[in-house]
Design a protein around this ligand. Structure first.
Ligand SMILES: NC(=O)C1=CN([C@@H]2O[C@H](COP(=O)(O)OP(=O)(O)OC[C@H]3O[C@@H](n4cnc5c(N)ncnc54)[C@H](O)[C@@H]3O)[C@@H](O)[C@H]2O)C=CC1
Ligand SMILES: O=C(O)CCC(=O)C(=O)O
Length: 368
């Protein structure tokens, strides 16, 4: 496909190459209509550059919607580094990445995502100020997966309210895919609150950690293989690893009543939202549920305040309930309802941005 055809919805795509450090990264800016682009940086051993490009284009578009839904004045962007996070990281690689971010001159702010940690970005921070989510000791707001996990929990409570008329998550079972920065925190909360878990991860260390935790608490946990997680007889499926996992192969296996997780781009294609609906499975649109991290890093750029972040993250509960209600009353999928809400908001905000309302010299003034 023609490259410009492939990126036609995006404003800018930057390929970053640094032979000395082995850095191969792509930064995608989907839209800056609401403000500078903001989105994390994923590190993953993509099989091909095409796969990496497809991922970063989808992820960055999702950020535009996520920013609109969470009501933060930023736009959609994301970065991917092609490489194995367990083998290919080095301080120099992240410094090189930081230099590329700096070269975009404030149009793109970034931090952690799958495969990257706040510590990685301490190195990038030496090259650019457009980094968010590093520890407080480096002037950041700390690990953004903490509010992301909180947001998932508010999303689970809203879903439980919609399905069973209670916010209480105890006494139910949950199938969690991915026990990394977000998934582990959600799993720990659920265990502490009397839930039973089915869990899977490709990293044995992550599994050992949660099994140990469950043992200490005498809680119920069953570890299953990666491809068995979809067919577990749980009440809710919580995807916290890769995207595209709700697809033609996995939907027939699902026995759950709902899907609520942090993974970005859970539906392989939008039509899978319709198939879930036909199967009677309630789907919580991912970019509504997983906005906690975005809320924190956006807040950090104004000056961080944990109470404000928690308050805004709590709003995920009502946003999700409103989307469920709107989808039901209009006979559309929850994704269609969420997209419609965001597109209307982006349109309204764009019109407002075009209204000149301050007394500074207009930036287009001609110098004589
Ligand atoms: N960290 C954050 O604040 C945010 C994360 N997200 C999304 O949530 C998801 C998880 O993010 P993090 O926890 O930060 O990533 P992470 O890299 O810390 O954890 C991901 C975990 O998933 C496991 N995993 C990978 N492939 C798997 C597979 N096929 N089956 C089972 N487990 C597998 C990994 O071994 C790892 O333990 C990603 O999709 C990310 O984009 C979304 C919003 C914010
Ligand atoms: O969590 C972050 O650091 C930024 C937000 C983001 O990339 C995301 O929500 O996917």
């Amino acid at each position: 496909m023609d490259m410009f055809e492939q990126i036609r919805e995006h404003e800018q795509v930057v390929f970053c190459n640094d032979e000395a450090t082995g850095l191969k990264a792509i930064i995608a800016i989907h839209s800056t209509r609401l403000g500078p682009a903001l989105g994390g940086c994923r590190m993953y051993p993509y099989k091909s550059v095409d796969d990496a490009l497809e991922d970063v284009l989808r992820l960055s578009k999702g950020m535009t919607y996520k920013c609109a839904a969470a009501d933060v004045d930023f736009g959609g962007g994301k970065a991917v580094i092609i490489g194995d996070p367990t083998k290919d990281k080095s301080p120099e690689l992240f410094r090189a990445f930081g230099q590329f971010v700096e070269s975009i001159q404030g149009r793109f702010y970034t931090g952690t995502d799958m495969g990257t940690d706040p510590e990685d970005f301490v190195h990038a921070l030496k090259e650019t100020n457009c980094i968010v989510g590093v520890d407080e000791v480096y002037g950041g707001s700390g690990d953004s997966s903490v509010p992301t996990a909180q947001g998932v929990i508010f999303g689970l409570q809203a879903t439980s309210k919609a399905l069973w008329d209670t916010d209480d998550l105890s006494g139910k079972s949950y199938a969690i895919q991915g026990l990394g920065k977000v998934g582990y925190k959600v799993a720990e909360y659920l265990l502490e609150n009397g839930a039973d878990l089915y869990v899977t991860d490709i990293n044995q260390k992550a599994i050992d950690q949660i099994v140990q935790k469950a043992k200490e608490m005498g809680a119920g946990i069953k570890v299953v293989n990666s491809d068995e997680i979809y067919s577990q007889p749980a009440d809710i499926f919580i995807p916290c690893a890769m995207g595209g996992i709700i697809n033609d192969e996995t939907i027939p296996q699902l026995q759950v009543k709902a899907v609520v997780g942090s993974a970005n781009n859970q539906l392989k294609e939008e039509r899978h939202g319709h198939i879930l609906q036909e199967k009677g499975i309630l789907y919580a649109p991912d970019y509504i549920v997983n906005a906690g991290g975005l809320i924190q890093v956006a807040d950090e750029l104004y000056s961080p305040n944990k109470e404000r972040v928690l308050k805004k993250t709590k709003a995920i509960y009502n946003s999700l309930l409103n989307i469920y209600r709107q989808a039901e009353s209009e006979g559309i999928t929850t994704v269609e309802a969420a997209n419609k809400f965001c597109e209307n908001r982006i349109e309204a905000r764009t019109r407002r941005n075009s209204f000149f309302s301050h007394m500074k010299r207009p930036k287009w003034a001609v110098r004589m």
